[in-house]
Design a protein around this ligand. Structure first.
Ligand code: ADP
Ligand code: MG
Length: 258
């Protein structure tokens, strides 16, 4: 796939410099073939938005990249390195591959600042003072520096999700995975989170984003990946995808949500 020219209109995927590379990945849950021959390459600095109906395997795809799920065949590499099986290498992978979920899962009994410093201190062996300095910079970047000494329950959902993003960034990940990060938020808080993500994208973060926010896909994605039934059916630039979906599944999907 890498040494072939892409079909007309298709966004050129990474060749030499893929930061995330999945090749021929298959996974089952019992009889359910949840990932089917997944080939996906994400270049450094690229923003890929994954779209598709519920149950199509989008979350499983993300979780497989982070090795929260195993897979039966194929290969996945991050920055050229195969996914480790366990131990210290796996912990490092989890730090390199940041993940933000629908439910923000902050530590309830730790302050916002502690939530962001914990990982770097424990996993990256950063000193406390430096970790706090870095955390404050990140909290400022996501616009919640005033909340540093508060506890998660004292923040709005949008603020908590922005803290969750800062917490992931504190590990200095190579790539960030977002799995429907705004789906649990009240509508008025969605944009404040999407704006932070768009800022990250603009600053060159490599991102894989599962979302139903089509506005975000249009404005921030370099490429849209459309999944159905565990397969990637289309990959193209967002303007192409929205104007000209090729598969019937994508046409059907777009007709329901737009
Ligand atoms: P999406 O995120 O696109 O909605 P998922 O990756 O969550 O899709 O799920 C894909 C399919 O795999 C669904 O049919 C779902 O029910 C099933 N599935 C997901 N996780 C598990 C699991 N841990 N065990 C069994 N089936 C699962
Ligand atoms: Mg999902």
């Amino acid at each position: 796939m890498t040494d072939q020219a892409p079909p007309a209109g298709e966004t050129n995927v990474a060749s030499g410099e893929a930061l995330v590379r999945m090749a021929g990945v298959n996974k089952h849950f019992g009889d359910l073939h949840v990932l089917r021959d997944i080939d996906l390459e994400v270049a450094k600095g690229e923003v890929v938005v994954v779209l598709g109906p519920s149950g199509s395997g989008k979350s499983t795809l993300c979780r497989t990249i982070n090795r929260l799920e195993t897979y039966e065949s194929g290969t996945i590499t991050i920055d050229g390195q195969p996914l480790p099986e366990e131990g210290a290498e796996l912990a490092k992978l989890r730090a390199d591959v940041g993940m933000v979920f629908q439910s923000f899962n902050l530590f309830a009994h730790k302050t916002i600042l502690q939530n962001v410093t914990l990982g770097p201190i424990k996993a990256r062996k950063i000193g406390k003072a430096e970790a706090e300095q870095r955390a404050m910079d990140l909290l400022k970047r996501v616009g919640v520096q005033e909340q540093a000494e508060k506890y998660p329950a004292q923040l709005s959902g949008g603020q908590q999700q922005r803290v969750a993003i800062a917490r992931s960034l504190a590990m200095r990940p190579k790539v960030m995975l977002f799995d429907e990060p705004t789906s649990a938020l009240d509508p008025e808080m969605i944009n404040e989170v999407l704006d932070v993500m768009a800022g990250l994208a603009k600053d060159g973060m490599t991102m894989i984003v599962v979302t139903h926010e089509m506005g975000f896909a249009r404005r921030a994605a370099d490429r849209v990946v459309f999944m159905a039934d565990g397969q990637i059916l289309e990959q193209q630039a967002p303007e192409e995808f929205f104007a000209n979906p090729r598969s019937d599944r994508a046409k059907d999907f777009l007709s329901k949500i737009l």
